[in-house]
Design a protein around this ligand. Structure first.
Ligand code: 0RA
Length: 641
């Protein structure tokens, strides 16, 4: 059939199709969450997901993702090639339906674990709707087909452009700058998700290539060990306490599959990542509940049976058996129910018992078969139990003395007079001298100042009982009023903005990281609730005649110099080494004044990346830490954990 003829044939249908994608362009947020960087990168995942589905169906082995020099994306796979036969009702090629009809993507036919609803699975049509241009090239039936789209519409009909003995699908798209705030792809964001995808789907080879000038590089993600290698990766900068990664995989029937990998480290915090159909279920859900209850059950049973715990002694708690644990739980099921505030909580009730039974059986078997590793893990659990008891006593003591309940505010705190937390903010200021300037320069009504002396305790290397004996940390907890750990209470928070104000140097970045580590581990809701910010003090002051300019980056300074250089006059530049070099007036004007300042909100975008960053920055192993700081030094201003 010639292209022209077909064009006429489906014009009527096309109108319907066009209306179908209009809402996506009108309200992109409804389909991809945001039109910021997150939504932008989401487009790539939508396209890649379709190729991963093809791989999970057993037809595709390699997927390549390329960021081209014009910031367009190409995703190519060696699957069967998208179907091109005419859709019986719409009378247009299936591939066109996939790209121009809302919700058609990923669900054209049965089979495989596909995600309906939830975060992903909105499909290729949404990517088309939000792209300036989209092109597909299909190798199938010995032929090569091509079709182009734009902003949700078909641009050119499907045509044959050649012959090929290979099969596969290739998709190119360029995000529409009318929709997205920024259309620059971030290699490390894509790298992170694609590596995760490769871990979660063992054997699939995913290549990520950056072809942009000055940033050329290629990474290959291919893990025959799947989530075992994921655990190894998460533990790479930690000390593991036993050699084997505990691993099991059970397929109950075509609808239910579970895979678990776990290993203990010498850490005090736990990292359990759960997934349902490759989606990170950060709010947990039934699979997580099943896993956790099995874990507590198995260790207690084993401990009693082997006399690690005596008859009259207390049982290990869930926290005791999870201390230092790194675990990945991945389930696959046909009808995932995603619930919770961010739709990242698995709701399927049948999964709970399934994961629990499987974990019970396999973990018990591991302990029976590996008594020496079992002993190491049990010893760790028992130490955790004793430390928990000590921490409880320490907390009770501090509670009794009223140290943490906000009744006795720390002497170093210059509080604000405002009582409404929503209108109050607290600056955590590095050093007493900058603290002094901040106290003088602040808005006394709404801004409180808490100076912090030197380095705060590295909470990554201590348990709660020791942490609570640190003066600086106690001061913060008391000032915030919301307590820590299990006792944390968001409603008691006294300031809705907690602003970290440190020098713009390596030491400042270090202190900021120590603070964030503490918040992340012991007051997580502070970060997830969006209460934590980093202040941005200027890097340069430039004076020319009576004019004074402040700039916040090298680039901004260069720009300023270019702007003011043309008419000669004496220019005096001061590079600030620390907050202490500014007087109170300057500090107010540049960093604290509501109308002038820039605050960077700290977000917990990604638990795996955050854990990796915190362990790398705060852990014992020095070389990876140095490497990380060197690699990321330039990004420190834009810290997003
Ligand atoms: C044949 C049939 C079906 C899908 C595909 C091929 C296919 C789709 C994509 C998307 C990206 N790459 C792809 N490679 C192949 C439909 C069968 C079904 O829905 O299960």
């Amino acid at each position: 059939m010639s292209a022209d003829v077909r064009q006429q044939q489906y014009n009527a249908e096309q109108i319907q199709v066009l209306e179908g994608l209009d809402p996506v362009r009108k309200r992109p947020g409804m389909y991809i969450g945001t039109t910021g960087p997150r939504g932008l990168h989401h487009l790539v995942y939508e396209v890649v997901d379709n190729s991963v589905d093809e791989a999970l169906a057993g037809f595709c082995k390699t997927i390549s993702v390329t960021i081209q020099s014009d910031n367009s994306i190409v995703v190519e796979d060696d699957g069967r090639g998208m179907p091109v036969d005419l859709h019986p009702k719409l009378n247009i090629p299936a591939v066109e339906v996939i790209h121009t009809v809302l919700h058609a993507g990923g669900k054209f036919g049965g089979g495989g674990y596909k995600v309906s609803g939830g975060l992903h699975g909105v499909g290729a049509s949404v990517v088309n709707a939000l792209s300036e241009i989209m092109e597909v090239e299909i190798r199938r039936n010995g032929k090569i087909y091509k079709q182009t789209y734009s902003k949700g519409k078909t641009k050119t009909p499907l045509i044959e452009i050649g012959e090929s003995r290979k099969n596969g699908s290739k998709t190119m798209f360029k995000p529409d700058p009318e929709i997205f705030e920024e259309i620059d792809f971030d290699f490390s964001i894509l790298e992170h998700r694609l590596r995760e995808m490769a871990f979660l789907n063992k054997g699939i080879k995913i290549t990520l290539k950056d072809e942009r000038e000055g940033q050329k590089r290629t990474e290959v993600f291919h893990y025959e060990g799947g989530i075992r290698e994921f655990v190894k990766h998460q533990n790479k900068n930690k000390e593991v306490i036993h050699p084997d990664i505990i691993y099991f995989e059970v397929k109950k029937d075509i609808d239910h599959e579970v895979e678990v990998a776990m290993q203990y480290t010498d850490r005090y915090n736990e990292l359990i990542l759960s997934y349902a159909n490759n989606i990170n279920t950060s709010e947990g859900g039934t699979h997580m509940i099943g896993f956790k209850s099995a874990l507590t059950r198995v260790f207690n049973d084993y401990a009693r049976k082997n006399k690690f715990i005596k008859e009259n002694e207390e049982a290990l708690t869930g926290e005791d058996v999870r201390e230092g644990l790194t675990a990945i739980i991945s389930v696959k099921l046909t009808n995932p129910q995603f619930e919770g505030q961010t739709k990242t909580k698995l709701g399927n009730s049948e999964i709970r018992g399934f994961v629990e039974t499987v974990t019970n059986e396999n973990l018990t078997a591991f302990l029976e078969e590996n008594p020496s590793q079992a002993r190491i893990i049990l010893d760790k659990c028992l130490r955790a139990a004793r430390a928990r008891e000590a921490a409880r006593k320490a907390r009770e003591l501090t509670r009794r003395k009223g140290v943490l309940d906000g009744l006795t505010l720390p002497g170093k705190l210059a509080d604000c007079s405002e009582k409404d937390p929503a209108l109050s903010e607290i600056f955590l200021v590095e050093g007493d001298s900058a603290g002094g300037s901040a106290k003088q320069g602040r808005d006394r009504k709404r801004q409180a100042i808490l100076p912090l002396r030197g380095k705060i305790l590295n909470v990554e290397k201590a348990r709660l009982d020791r942490i609570l004996s640190s003066e600086e940390i106690k001061n913060m907890i008391t000032a915030f009023g919301c307590n820590v750990g299990e006792d944390f209470n968001e409603e008691k928070l006294r300031y809705h903005k907690i602003i970290i104000m440190t020098d713009a140097d390596v030491d400042g970045a270090h202190i900021r990281t120590l603070l964030l580590t503490f918040f992340y581990r012991y007051m997580t809701p502070l970060i997830t609730g969006g209460y934590v910010y980093a202040a941005q003090p200027p890097l340069f002051q430039t004076k020319k005649g009576k004019e004074v300019y402040y700039t916040y980056s090298e680039r901004e300074q260069e720009k300023l110099m270019a702007e003011i250089a043309d008419n000669p006059g004496k220019v005096v530049i001061q590079r600030y080494k620390g907050l202490g070099e500014m007087d109170f007036h300057q500090l107010w004007e540049t960093t604290m004044d509501y109308s002038n300042r820039t605050l960077i909100q700290i977000t917990l975008d990604d638990v795996t990346a955050a854990d990796e960053m915190f362990t790398t920055l705060m852990g014992d192993k020095v070389p990876p830490r140095r490497k990380f700081i060197e690699e990321n030094a330039k990004y420190v201003r834009n810290l997003d954990i």
